[in-house]
Design a binder for this molecule. Structure first.
Ligand SMILES: [Zn+2]
Length: 475
């Protein structure tokens, strides 16, 4: 796996244009937009794009990475330079009912259910009352509904659009609710909550979904064989979260078996858009958040770039279906990433920032090569090979000693690996993290299409639900 041939190939993919050669969709926004994107009136469809865990520093890192290493731009930035689109843009306050700093389930529930709720719940208020999630309202109006994510499909953000649960970790229950509530398209990870051998109640949800008319998908190739009249899809491509995009670059087997997010979205759209009454689709780039929890800039960057391709797809779809409202935002910041100036007059910043191209494997995967007891010289070699970070002998000795106490978080991987490497990332890449936790940032939100004119320049997360319901004429 670490042969020179693979390394050169990987280096080319990492430093090359960020559209993978084997992916079919356009990386650029269409150049010619239809004039006067309608921001008033009612929408038939909604595409709600969420990148999980993006503070301004994360957006800046991805933006500058493309500017500095490829003389290219994020689709997100291209959007902001399309005056014909009639794009509305604001900042959003991200708090939950019980904290300035939200978790993903309370954040998603605020959009999904229209009320702020306590952290760790899914559409259940402080007083125990359940709100009606957006996808349930859409279904009542006859619309098709869909959830697409790089996380387990039962994870907090998708759940907030369709489920009610006192505890976000009750993912077996959330999977069952998707069936009962007839969410038409479910694409992401999380097989373990559908499999009778792994569910606590032993129920075979795969069987139950099939009986309810869902087409099961298991591998990337299955996306190419979805019949034209398909109305329901259950596609799960990992037991838990989908592998990091950065690791897809390094492992051809992952590229072969696991679809990128944009392909999942491209599969969902034609299935959902067959419904006369329209559809509501939520698409989540979930693992920017996970990588940020792990303070892993390479994994976060590539997750972001992978998500960014969905913006081009949404733009293209909306141009062909102008009765579609698109919302693009994030739920909160994670890790507090910031690019910090390096050197006298900050003049070394651009040079060291280029070292981001040397991150070739996620910390999650790299940690497999760093079991407890790994000797210092090996620690040095492994980290240098996969991140490009240069460790002194003393650094390596310190990290080898700390590895003995490494905690591995089930959801977010080896969060402390990033903590070990923080000073080196700051010096050698200009990348700084404040913590492994969520942050209370005001964040970007923008919208285009019918109803987007209702987006004020400052909005609270729960108000987005009401804006969307008004645009779609949902009760
Ligand atoms: Zn998080």
């Amino acid at each position: 796996m670490a042969s020179t041939a693979v390394s050169e190939d990987v280096a080319r993919e990492v430093t090359g244009r960020y559209a993978w050669a084997d992916d079919r969709l356009p990386e650029r926004c269409p150049l010619h937009l239809s004039p006067g994107g309608l921001s008033q009136g009612f929408a038939r469809n909604l595409i709600f794009l969420v990148v999980d865990g993006m503070n301004a520093g994360m957006l800046t890192m991805a933006h500058q990475y493309l500017q500095q290493t490829q003389d290219s731009s994020l689709n997100w930035m291209r959007l902001y330079r399309q005056p014909q689109l009639g794009l509305a843009r604001g900042v959003m306050e991200t708090a939950s009912a019980d904290s300035i700093v939200t978790d993903s389930s309370a954040a998603s529930s605020s959009w999904g259910g229209g009320e702020r709720i306590p952290n760790t719940r899914v559409n259940v208020c402080a007083d125990g009352r359940e709100t009606t999630p957006l996808l349930v309202k859409a279904k009542q109006a006859g619309k098709a509904t869909g959830l697409v994510s790089t996380a387990r499909i039962t994870h907090a953000t998708p759940a907030g659009f369709a489920a009610n649960a006192l505890d976000r970790d009750d993912e077996d229950r959330i999977a069952r609710q998707y069936l009962e509530r007839e969410v038409d398209v479910l694409l992401g990870g999380g097989r373990r909550h559908f499999d009778p051998a792994q569910r606590e109640d032993g129920r075979d949800l795969w069987r139950d979904f099939r009986r309810a008319g869902y087409l099961p998908l298991h591998q990337r190739v299955d996306l190419e064989h979805v019949p034209h009249d398909t109305q329901r899809l259950l596609g799960l491509f990992d037991e838990s979260h989908l592998p990091y995009s950065l690791d897809r670059l390094d492992f051809p087997e992952l590229r072969r078996t696991v679809p990128p997010l944009v392909d999942l979205m491209a599969t969902a759209l034609p299935v959902l858009s067959r419904r006369e009454e329209g559809f509501v689709l939520q698409v989540e780039g979930a693992r920017v958040d996970h990588a940020a929890h792990a303070n892993d800039p390479g994994a976060a960057l590539w997750e972001f770039l992978s998500f960014d391709r969905c913006i081009a797809l949404a733009l293209d779809f909306q141009q062909r279906h102008p009765d579609t409202l698109v919302i693009l935002t994030t739920d909160h910041g994670t890790g507090g990433l910031q690019i910090g100036g390096v050197g006298a007059g900050y003049r070394d910043t651009n040079r060291v920032f280029q070292n981001l191209t040397r991150f070739q494997r996620s910390f999650e995967l790299m940690a497999r090569d760093l079991p407890q007891g790994t000797p210092a010289p090996r620690v040095q070699t492994v980290i240098q090979r996969h991140t490009g970070l240069e460790l002194t002998d003393a650094d390596a000795e310190r990290l080898a000693a700390e590895l003995a106490h490494l905690e591995r978080d089930a959801d977010y991987g080896p969060t402390r690996t990033g903590s070990f490497l923080k000073p080196l990332m700051a010096e050698q890449c200009g990348i700084n993290w404040i913590s492994n936790q969520h942050t209370g940032d005001l964040v970007e939100i923008c919208a285009w299409g019918p109803g987007s004119g209702g987006l004020p320049q400052f909005i609270r997360n729960w108000e987005v639900h009401h804006l969307v319901c008004e645009a779609l004429r949902l009760a």
